[in-house]
Ligand binder design. Structure first.
Ligand SMILES: Nc1ncnc2c1ncn2[C@@H]1O[C@H](COP(=O)(O)OP(=O)(O)OP(=O)(O)O)[C@@H](O)[C@H]1O
Length: 559
């Protein structure tokens, strides 16, 4: 239960909806009780002389009551479903957004603790499981308790002694059974949540890597792992269902006991003329209605373990903090005339230092090319400048402002990056470009595409800028996707540009065209290019090589 409360508290903005839902649920159950009692009253009364003597006026009143109760029950149940589901769906949407925003500021190393399929399961499956808190636990429990209370008052008023025994029996069941269900449901519920997460993770990773699994002959092994996770889930589900069925049976038994008690004691009271026969029927049917409300409890309490496990997994996300938090007292945004680093050292946990005392400075209008072998630390240098990895020592400045003193938002306004991985979204060409500048005009989009030598290709497409590019840009070639990502970065018009392998996957002819078109844009900015070799970079004013973690001079290339 300890993981659930924070999420219950978070539902505060939706509380009026939930209260309305609970009131409607109680109303539906009360109407059902009234319906049973009134029907019992009529049937029993019609069979007795006393009611017939009263005549059709009394009968007419009672059938009117029945219609009223039946209508109220139907409408209240319908409205309760609408209100509760609306409230829960809104609450889950709030929660998903909140959790996503907790993930957003995490640095890549912290985020890498979660596998992407696992994160998806948490944001989708685990959040969905939380719908049970209100729909399947709190609302049914409060409804059952309220019904029990009303039942106790009614029975106590109609027949204090008989009512007392019945209520003791039913209330005992209503207290003991949920406690048993809570205890028994905990391990099975947790096992179900964990197994469901494993099933989804294996399924997602399997689909993503289907081609590789097939090529490497590992399909069978992966499918067995999936089957075994599915079997675990099914076992946990079956255990929950078995406990649920046992709980329901126990409630039914207790209800039958209450009915038997009501009939047995009632018959004695009728024989002694201390109670009328119709009243005994009302007591019997009221006990039946209470039993029906209690039927909600075992299932509700069985689910708590499962919901608690899902909530625990969500709290692992919400409690995770970035190892690179926002600047405590952010500096004013500099203009971005210069970029410099001084004696920068960086190492990853448990590894040798990647960068050792690296220094350089760069002014507007200059392009610095850093080359180096694979794994020499080029991308790590870019990541350090973007404050995506913690550094060991050294200083990084934009103009005279330390990079750590800038708000992330300001840093990313000043510094544009074309990262090594081409990340595109399943949207249109324009949709992907406008990630760089949301309010960009069509002219601006075409200008960015022209600079990235992609304008002619997009013009040929029947839907032009509105052409969907598929998941991750799957409907484009690798080189086209790269240039679309470049155009997106150019559109942002940053003062400092970091280009990590900008020409990866491009032919010499396209590179020449890009060099010509980009030259004026690059000439107005501080540019850091990272590449394996000079031919894969725009002309640079300076060229340094990263060798064993240190920057050493190299011959200038083309500029
Ligand atoms: N998050 C990380 N945790 C641990 N080690 C890392 C991490 N990222 C990179 N490394 C290691 O740091 C070293 C430098 O990696 P980096 O990606 O900076 O090299 P690179 O020069 O850009 O390589 P490439 O040209 O192949 O992209 C590598 O040995 C790599 O394994």
């Amino acid at each position: 239960m300890n993981h659930i409360w924070p999420f219950v508290r978070q539902a505060a903005p939706r509380l009026p909806w939930f209260i309305l839902g609970i009131l409607l649920s109680v109303l539906a159950v009360l109407a059902a009780m009234g319906l049973l009692a009134a029907a019992g009253w009529i049937v029993a009364g019609a069979a007795s002389i006393s009611l017939l003597a009263v005549g059709s006026i009394e009968l007419g009143r009672s059938t009117g009551l029945i219609r009223g109760f039946a209508l109220t029950r139907t409408l209240a149940r319908y409205a309760e479903r609408l209100v509760n589901h609306e409230a829960v769906l809104r609450h889950l949407a709030d929660l998903r957004h909140w959790l996503f925003m907790r993930l957003a500021p995490l640095d890549p190393a912290t985020l890498a603790r979660f596998r992407s399929a696992d994160l998806l399961q948490r944001l989708v499956g685990d959040v969905d499981t939380l719908d049970g808190i209100f729909l399947r636990v709190i609302t049914p429990t409060l409804t059952a308790l309220f019904t029990l209370l009303v039942g106790a008052i009614v029975l106590g008023w109609l027949a204090p002694l008989t009512g007392l025994w019945i209520i003791i029996l039913l209330a005992g069941t209503g207290i003991v059974l949920p406690l048993v269900a809570l205890t028994m449901g905990k391990p099975a519920g947790e096992a179900r949540t964990i197994a469901a997460a494993q099933v989804r993770e294996l399924a997602i990773e399997g689909v993503k890597g289907l081609a590789e699994l097939r090529v490497f002959g590992a399909l069978e092994k992966h499918s067995q792992a999936l089957q075994s996770a599915e079997a675990n889930r099914a076992r946990a589900e079956a255990r929950l269902a078995a406990w649920g069925a046992l709980g329901d049976s126990a409630v039914l038994l207790a209800t039958l006991g209450a009915l038997w008690l009501a009939l047995w004691l009632g018959a004695a009271w009728v024989a002694n003329d201390q109670l009328s026969a119709p009243l005994v029927v009302v007591i019997v049917l009221a006990s039946l209605a209470i039993g029906e409300a209690l039927l909600l409890l075992p299932g509700a309490f069985l689910r708590i373990g499962q919901i608690n496990a899902a909530a625990g997994r969500l709290r692992q996300i919400s409690d995770t903090t970035s190892s690179l938090p926002e600047a405590a007292q952010p500096a004013l945004m500099p203009t971005g005339e210069a970029l410099s680093i001084d004696k920068l050292s960086l190492s990853y946990p448990g590894r040798e230092a990647v960068l050792r005392q690296v220094s350089f400075s760069l002014k507007r209008g200059r392009t610095l090319l850093v080359t180096g072998a694979s794994g020499s630390g080029k991308s790590s240098l870019a990541q350090a400048l973007l404050r995506l990895v913690p550094i060991d020592s050294g200083e990084m400045q934009i103009d005279t402002t330390p990079i750590e003193a800038l708000r992330y938002e300001d840093l990313y306004t000043l510094v544009g990056v074309l990262s090594q991985e081409t990340v595109l979204f399943a949207d249109t060409v324009a949709g992907n470009l406008r990630l760089g500048k949301t309010d960009a005009s069509e002219d601006e989009l075409w200008e960015a595409l022209r600079l990235a030598v992609l304008d002619e290709f997009i013009q040929q497409l029947p839907e032009g800028l509105e052409t969907p590019i598929g998941e991750g840009g799957a409907l484009l070639s690798g080189g086209q996707a790269r240039r679309l990502a470049l155009a997106r970065m150019l559109l942002r018009q940053p003062q400092i540009a970091i280009l990590d392998e900008p020409y990866r996957g491009l032919d010499a002819g396209t590179i020449d065209q890009l060099n010509q078109r980009l030259a004026p844009w690059l000439a107005q900015r501080c540019v850091l290019v990272i590449a394996h070799e000079p031919s894969m970079s725009p002309p640079a004013s300076e060229h340094l090589q990263l060798l064993q973690g240190q920057l050493t001079g190299a011959a200038p290339h083309g500029g």
